[in-house]
Ligand binder design. Structure first.
Ligand SMILES: Cc1cc2nc3c(=O)[nH]c(=O)nc-3n(C[C@H](O)[C@H](O)[C@H](O)COP(=O)(O)O)c2cc1C
Length: 177
């Protein structure tokens, strides 16, 4: 992979606070997806962009699953706090999210619908608690029909801290020129 010629953005949604990890509720100081985003940043030298909603999710895990289920059912598009001002300069967008009910949080679709990604490449990465990527790659490709969506990586939330080599190998194998 030639990392020098292209400009990389690492955009991710990640929720701190209570989460379900390996069968128990834990309090995450840094969200699982953010940990992976930082690994990708280290490897590619790209720019990090946290996708944050104006309305915060509850700290409580179960309450968040209810809110998220409702947002999925109603195809909600939660408002985001910030925009990427210069999206046109980026060639490759690593797009990170937790698996929420089989697909990315609805905020990811707000993000995808906010820019023209024609001719760009999106590289999904996902953290989860057993369902892998779910149908997230298909849903992203459907949302961005003129964009190349490369095969993503799914990492179990409880394993993110030891996933650096796996993430690095995955990026090498993407063969982005
Ligand atoms: C609202 C919600 C829904 C979730 N749904 C799923 C799911 O369908 N499948 C799964 O494997 N994990 C599910 N999880 C677990 C998260 O995908 C997992 O904990 C992830 O690593 C969290 O990433 P984050 O800390 O970056 O937000 C869900 C978690 C939440 C909060």
């Amino acid at each position: 992979m030639n990392l020098t010629k292209k400009k990389y953005l690492i955009a991710y949604f990640s929720r701190q606070g209570q989460n379900y990890v390996s069968g128990r509720i834990v309090d995450l100081k840094i969200g699982n997806t953010e940990v992976v985003a930082q690994m990708i940043q280290k490897k590619t030298g790209g720019d990090l962009f946290p996708i944050e909603t104006v309305a915060a999710y509850p700290d409580d895990y179960t309450e968040t699953t209810d809110v998220a289920k409702n947002e999925l059912r109603t195809k909600a598009r939660p408002k985001l706090k910030r925009q990427v001002e210069n999206m046109e300069v980026y060639d490759i967008i690593f797009l990170g999210y937790p698996n929420w009910w089989g697909t990315p949080p609805m905020a990811i679709f707000t993000f995808l619908e906010s820019y023209d990604f024609s001719g760009k490449t999106i590289v999904p990465f996902c953290t989860h608690e057993g369902s892998g990527m779910g149908h997230s790659e298909k849903d992203i490709a459907k949302s961005c029909p003129k964009t190349t969506v490369l095969p993503g990586i799914a990492i179990q939330g409880s394993s993110v801290s030891s996933a650096e080599a796996e993430v690095s190998n995955w990026i090498d194998k993407l063969n982005i020129k």
